[in-house]
Design a protein around this ligand. Structure first.
Ligand code: NAD
Ligand code: DAU
Length: 336
């Protein structure tokens, strides 16, 4: 099987490339990535000499580039991770790039897949398309689509374009909607790596609002194994929720991180809240468990231990990131 992975130099995409190459000895992967601020070839270090892996720099929103890539390679399937993925950037830096990559780029890939006879298109979506839960209940695949921030709205728009390609043009497309991921190689703008790296450096930990917002956390290899199953086993047009079933407040997560790195709670600083901040996400993953037999392989405790240890042992990786464009971003978000 030869697959196109888009956004494979980012956090989840790079974990997925490694996961698939090691799990399937007959799998060939072409990774197309624009290498934005979030794309990092260090995430793929060690794969340079792997004959089943090819890297192509390119923009999924460039139809000519995508068409020539699809012509050159005869892809059996496309797994689309490429996205502008950070909610705060979509709020504070404008939605343009989010619309171009997350909606228009997806349409370019859908058209190219159709024109080149790709047998399966998998869109990696998010629980954020459902908006926010009240105190009770879980998101199911039938929950209404009610995105509340620009990032989530673009991901919802993409889901609708994927559905339309399937219903109208008969493209074999499936959608996965996953909860908040954490693990190795996550860019340190997202809650868990931001708090781990700040705590290691004795910097303040910026907690939005009261810190009682709830997220459902999943270890990235468990997300990868779910995508692998959906890619190979789901029926056309299906949608699957993927959750970690670990619903925690941000304060709980940050307190745990402080314990693991042995730093004081006094580092936590409550700051101005995120506008449109979704109060609670929690996923019902019973459909993927029942239909495809998916279950997570890792306990939350082992996964958090492994993640914190990795950031402690790989400070070169995140210090290089934090010394670049990130400084300007950090100062704009948290200092100005
Ligand atoms: P990330 O920001 O770490 O990586 C995104 C990657 O996409 C980067 O390598 C970037 O260079 C690339 N990219 C951006 N624009 C591109 C373009 N126009 N053309 C080609 N490549 C481009 O993101 P992530 O956290 O790894 O998320 C990956 C996907 O999973 C996204 O679609 C996101 O919406 C989805 N998702 C993420 C989470 C999460 O918790 N991180 C949860 C559910 C779903
Ligand atoms: O739920 C899936 C989504 O999870 C993905 O689709 C997104 O790509 C991914 O970025 C993530 O979105 P969140 O907004 O949930 O993640 P983030 O890490 O930005 O924030 C998690 C929670 O922590 C949220 O309630 C906001 C809060 N937070 C975040 C940051 C960066 C803080 O309190 N302080 C911070 O500095």
């Amino acid at each position: 099987m030869k697959i196109l992975v888009t956004g494979g130099a980012g956090f989840i995409g790079s974990n997925f490339v490694r996961f698939m190459l090691s799990k399937h000895s007959d799998m060939e992967i072409v990774n197309v990535d624009l290498l934005t601020y979030a794309g990092n070839l260090e995430n793929l270090a060690g794969l340079e000499d792997e004959p089943r892996y090819t890297l192509e720099r390119g923009n999924i929103a460039d139809p000519d580039r995508m068409n020539s890539l699809f012509e050159e390679h005869d892809f059996d399937a496309v797994v689309n991770f490429a996205a502008e993925s950070h909610v705060d950037r979509s709020i504070h830096m404008g939605a343009h790039d989010f619309i171009m990559t997350n909606i228009y780029g997806v349409q370019v890939l859908l058209d190219a897949s159709r024109e080149h006879g790709v047998e399966r298109f998998l869109q990696v979506s998010t629980d954020e398309v459902y908006g926010s839960l009240g105190a009770e209940g879980l998101f199911t695949e039938d929950s209404p689509i009610q995105p509340n921030n620009p990032y989530a709205a673009t991901k919802a728009g993409a889901d609708f374009m994927v559905r339309a390609a399937c219903e109208t043009h008969g493209l074999d497309a499936v959608i996965t909607r996953c909860a908040n991921n954490f693990g190795l190689y996550q860019f340190p703008e997202k809650l868990i790596p931001l708090m781990i790296t700040n705590a290691i450096e004795d910097k303040e930990l910026p907690m939005y609002g009261d810190g009682l917002y709830i997220r459902d956390w999943i270890y990235v290899p468990d997300h990868c194994s779910a995508i692998d199953l959906v890619l190979r086993k789901a029926t056309a047009g299906s949608i699957y929720n993927i959750g970690g079933e670990h619903d925690l407040t941000n304060l709980d997560i940050v307190s745990l991180i402080l314990k693991l790195v042995d730093k004081p709670e006094s580092l936590i600083k409550h700051v101005k809240d995120r506008p449109g901040h979704d109060r609670r996400y929690a996923m019902d993953s019973s459909k993927i468990r029942a239909d495809l037999g998916w279950e997570p392989d890792y306990s939350f405790k082992d996964a958090m231990d492994a993640t914190v240890s990795w950031y402690l042992d790989n400070s070169d990786w995140w210090k290089r990131i934090r010394s670049g464009e990130y400084q300007e971003y950090y100062s704009r978000m948290y200092e100005k």
